[in-house]
Ligand binder design. Structure first.
Ligand SMILES: [Fe+2]
Length: 496
């Protein structure tokens, strides 16, 4: 019977894992409370397999592994890690760990890892001290190299996933990533639609767009146990009912550890008809990473939306104070977006306009009512007060951190192309493009709105004014683009 030592400073983890190891098969399991305790026990009691946490007080997991391998380099060390630290686990394998398992634990994974490492351990133990270890070591090394190769592609994919800007892109590229990782010719993402059907995402793929019933399908059976499924050669394909020519691996795409969003279907492997246990594990590891990313994205989107809503209500507060600028921010944003479309701005710039446009006058919250609501032209000193609002707005949004473009938009929406604007007096291309765009939209809307002390100008007069100021107040290119937009052509805006 092989003896397993579980080293973890968290009592719960230690107990759960020890129990699972005992359940997993013919193993004896003991535990150690930290790295130093673990090392002492390995020295004094002798163990065949070690599971260790990485972060522990005193000797950490990697140091423990190093010490153990000095005693006996054939003792397999399996790293225990959280889902969110797969990268760490992979680099631990580069340092010599045999494998890794992730929390929350899964009996299937543990059994699989134990089988594999104990098999290797048995092989190494049977070789006499002076025997020909080189052949065995060679075999194990080639397995290790294959493993390292997989780890490398996983690491690369990990980085790729980290750099993907949003959920949409991630789901778009998932099939290609899986094809590469699994060396499969056909990978399909099926999403569960609200009406209970499964829909393939791969538009324009050879399969076309696929719609499959979900209820009663093999997919539904997977939803409850949230694992994976391998369909064998000659079994009917859940995609078209025809007998399968190669094995098909189906994995659920999950978010939040419980909710199944859809499924990944992998088939037609390049080199064989079958999936090895290793490959299944690899696919699941990548999918776990994808799930984490989806979860983070969802969290981010919720936080982002909350933030936007808070700020929007702030804007409403300002607009409520000033009946005449009511809906001004909304109209300005709409016009600015039309210009951005006309100028083929990037998605990032459009997003910044959508959010920042709405907030561009948020700094007016810091301007006294007496001035902001004055039903007449402002004196010079009053105007100086009003001129502070871009910087006040910039300061309100700045602590939020992650809105660099929006911040610039708010700060610079009153700069003029010739450098005579405020607050910084920058000119030309120094002014961020989105701020130059907003300036045109803002001015047009202000001119055509009726104020207590003056009636709004007609569309035609306002347009003439924009043309006249192109090159001085406005970027001529932006002014020109504005004339081509529906708003610039005086088309009636549709209120959504
Ligand atoms: Fe403003």
């Amino acid at each position: 019977m092989q003896r397993v030592l579980v080293v973890d400073d968290e009592e719960v983890v230690r107990d759960v894992l020890t129990e699972m190891v005992k359940t997993a098969g013919d193993f004896e399991a003991a535990s150690a409370v930290d790295g130093d305790d673990g090392l002492r026990k390995v020295r004094e009691e002798g163990y065949d397999i070690i599971f260790t946490d990485l972060k522990m007080p005193g000797l950490n997991g990697l140091q423990l592994m190093e010490q153990i391998h000095e005693i006996d380099p054939t003792i397999p060390v399996v790293v225990v890690t959280a889902h969110s630290h797969i990268d760490t686990a992979l680099s631990a394998m580069r340092e010599g760990a045999s494998d890794f398992i992730t929390k929350p634990f899964n009996l299937k994974d543990i059994r699989y890892v134990l089988d594999r490492v104990s098999r290797e351990r048995e092989i190494l133990k049977t070789i006499p001290e002076d025997g020909d270890k080189s052949r065995v070591v060679k075999t194990l090394n080639s397995a290790l190299f294959r493993k390292l190769d997989e780890i490398n592609s996983l690491l690369t994919l990990n980085l790729e996933i980290d750099e993907m800007p949003d959920t949409e892109t991630l789901m778009e590229r998932l099939p290609t990533m899986m094809e590469r990782l699994m060396r499969a010719r056909r990978v399909l993402v099926l999403m569960i639609r609200e009406d209970g059907y499964l829909v393939s995402r791969s538009n324009g793929a050879a399969d076309g767009r696929m719609v499959l019933p979900f209820s009663g399908s093999v997919f539904e059976s997977l939803r409850s146990d949230r694992d994976y499924l391998i369909l064998d050669v000659d079994e009917p394909s859940p995609l078209d009912g025809k007998p399968l020519k190669a094995q098909m691996l189906i994995l659920p795409v999950m978010v939040g550890g419980t909710e199944v969003l859809g499924y990944l279907v992998i088939t037609d492997k390049v080199e064989s008809y079958h999936f090895s246990e290793e490959e299944v594990k690899l696919a699941r590891t990548l999918l776990r990473k994808v799930s984490m990313r989806l979860e983070n994205n969802a969290l981010y989107e919720v936080t982002y939306n909350n933030l936007i809503n808070t700020l929007k209500s702030l804007v409403l507060t300002i607009e409520a104070r000033d009946a005449y600028t009511k809906k001004h921010s909304e109209r300005v944003t709409r016009i600015a977006l039309q210009i951005a479309d006309e100028m083929n701005c990037t998605q990032e710039e459009k997003d910044a306009i959508r959010f920042g446009g709405y907030l561009h006058d948020i700094g007016k919250i810091g301007v006294k009512d007496m001035i902001l609501l004055k039903p007449a032209r402002l004196t010079d000193s009053e105007f100086e007060e009003i001129k502070k609002h871009p910087v006040i707005g910039y300061n309100i949004v700045s602590p939020l951190g992650s809105f660099p473009l929006e911040k610039l938009l708010i700060r610079h929406h009153h700069e003029r192309f010739d450098g005579s604007g405020y607050p910084d007096g920058i000119a030309g291309e120094e002014i961020p493009l989105i701020a130059r765009i907003l300036a045109v939209a803002d001015t047009y809307d202000s001119m055509t709105s009726t104020r207590p002390y003056r009636k709004g100008l007609s569309h035609d007069v306002a347009i003439e004014e924009i043309k006249r100021c192109a090159g001085s107040q406005f970027d001529p290119e932006v002014a020109g683009a504005f004339l081509q937009t529906p708003a610039g052509k005086g088309e009636k805006e549709d209120e959504h």
